[in-house]
Design a binder for this molecule. Structure first.
Ligand code: FRU
Length: 486
């Protein structure tokens, strides 16, 4: 049996072994993509192809660690009902033997082209990196074409995560890179046939578009035009934490600006973070049949907390965020959960109230909730929203700080993430068993986090120091459905 088949058989067997246990633990998310077993990280190859949304992801079916990496694969017509396919890529060839790493997808002449990084560990502890291509016509079975780009001069082997797009007749690719002086940057290639690639040079980074170093490696770049602005999304590693900024081990954010298509020069404003919660990394975007720019990220972080997620005991780890539609207002990216998620709504409840120096508790039916709060007026010092034993959001008006608190998975102490915000008009919460995504002011600022709780009582406690007039709306939410294919 060839290596590809062998690996696929091993993965199938692993899925058979865990079948009895699947979905039985209380932390398993209902309307987020999670790995059936093992570890999931970056979303990959997001594309709308032949009437279906395809989502691929970094997947280690064998353990909840970053060792083996294949591409898991699901597809959907509406982001609610999902088909689970066999892995799209397993690391069977010499040029990818230590992982089919992250990448992207494009459609060309009715075929789907996947670009990904072949990761190779050498005997002396070093690394090789190859940018590889695989093609499919049916969207399910991929034919590997091998490496199309080798490491250029001037960069270390931390050179990966190809994101490809088309402009006119030309194809472009951005890659996450580390220069020989250990600085993070993004490199641009072009092609006219997707097979032969030409190095255009660095697109952004220190000495190119920034004066100072900005981390030691930029992972998972993405470059796109939205509302007449060019946006470079990337995940820089090695940024020093600052008050209200860069609080996680690694960051994800964007530069907004203008890309001169003739000179290939990109000029941009300063880096802005995409999310302020504990678990958000390696986002990728794509456009769909309706012309929307949709972002999905890894709802996780490869930090010291990773192996302390209680789901590790149940054999799985991490999830993807819900898909979010992007827009730009005043040089800022806004993220909003896509409309399709409204199909999950049932049991609507709404109430308008004014609270003055008091605390109220609103009962919730379950831990699958969508909550939308419109703040009509707020005078005073602070207010907080809390799902007791789960998480707490506090707005401190004078300093304009919003804080998100959860319980650490290891020491069980409280830990917090903060960001600055001028005012709060809306709070939109998606609550899924052990995850929460909070969109403030229609997606101007977002907090994405996992948390774990044994509390079976569901409610939201609102406490106000001052006076607040708000409209509360909530819905119980349903679950995704999955159909498994061999
Ligand atoms: C980001 C990342 C990518 C890499 C992949 C490997 O989380 O480190 O740079 O391609 O994960 O799983």
């Amino acid at each position: 049996m060839n290596k590809d088949l062998q690996l696929r058989e091993k993965i199938k067997q692993k899925l058979v072994d865990v079948k009895q246990k699947l979905g039985k633990d209380g932390n398993r998310l209902a309307f987020h993509l999670t790995p059936a077993v093992g570890l999931l990280n970056d979303p990959n190859g997001l594309i709308y192809f032949k009437g279906k949304y395809h989502v691929f992801f970094q997947w280690n079916p064998f353990e909840t660690k970053h060792t083996f990496k294949a591409w898991g694969h699901v597809s959907s017509q509406d982001f609610i009902g999902w088909e689970v396919h066999p892995p799209a890529l397993v690391p069977s060839e010499w040029y990818e033997k230590d992982g089919c790493y992250s990448g992207s997808a494009v459609e060309y002449n009715g075929k789907l082209y996947l670009f990904y990084t072949g990761n190779v560990r050498t005997e002396d502890g070093g690394r090789e990196t190859y940018q590889c291509l695989a093609i499919t016509e049916d969207g399910i079975c991929f034919e590997k074409k091998g490496p199309v780009i080798e490491l250029p001069e001037g960069y270390t082997t931390h050179f990966r995560d190809p994101k490809v797009w088309q402009e006119g007749e030309k194809w472009y690719m951005v890659l996450g890179a580390q220069t020989k002086s250990f600085e993070g940057s993004v490199v641009l290639y072009s092609s006219s046939d997707l097979l032969h690639w030409q190095l255009e040079g660095p697109l952004a980074g220190p000495g190119i578009t920034l004066d100072d170093p900005f981390g030691f490696m930029w992972e998972c770049p993405d470059f796109f035009l939205l509302n007449e602005k060019d946006v470079l999304v990337c995940s820089p590693q090695g940024l020093e934490s600052e008050p209200y900024k860069y609080q996680n081990l690694y960051q994800s954010g964007y530069f907004i600006g203008d890309w001169d298509r003739k000179t290939k020069k990109f000029s941009h404003s300063k880096f802005q973070e995409l999310d302020y919660g504990f678990d958000f990394y390696a986002p990728q975007t794509f456009t769909d049949g309706k012309g929307r720019r949709i972002l999905i990220a890894w709802m996780g972080m490869g930090d010291e907390m990773e192996q302390h997620h209680p789901t590790v005991r149940d054999g799985w780890l991490h999830a993807l965020t819900v898909p979010r539609e992007l827009s730009i207002k005043a040089e800022k990216l806004y993220q909003q959960p896509i409309d399709e998620l409204k199909m999950l709504r049932t049991n609507y409840y709404s109430e308008a109230f004014t609270l003055t120096n008091e605390k109220i508790e609103i009962g919730l039916n379950s831990d699958l909730q969508e909550i939308i709060i419109n703040i009509d007026q707020f005078e005073g010092k602070k207010f907080s929203l809390q799902l007791p034993d789960r998480w707490k959001l506090t707005y401190t008006r004078e300093q304009g700080i919003i804080s998100f608190e959860r319980t650490r998975f290891d020491t069980h102490e409280k830990e917090t993430r903060h960001c600055l915000i001028e005012s709060i008009e809306t709070i939109h919460i998606l609550q899924d068993r052990s995850s929460v995504e909070i969109f403030l002011n229609n997606g101007e600022k977002v907090f994405t986090s996992r948390y774990y709780s044994n509390n079976t009582h569901h409610s939201c406690v609102i406490a106000v120091d001052g006076s607040v007039a708000m409209q509360w709306q909530n819905w119980d939410l349903g679950s995704f459905s999955f159909q498994h294919h061999e």
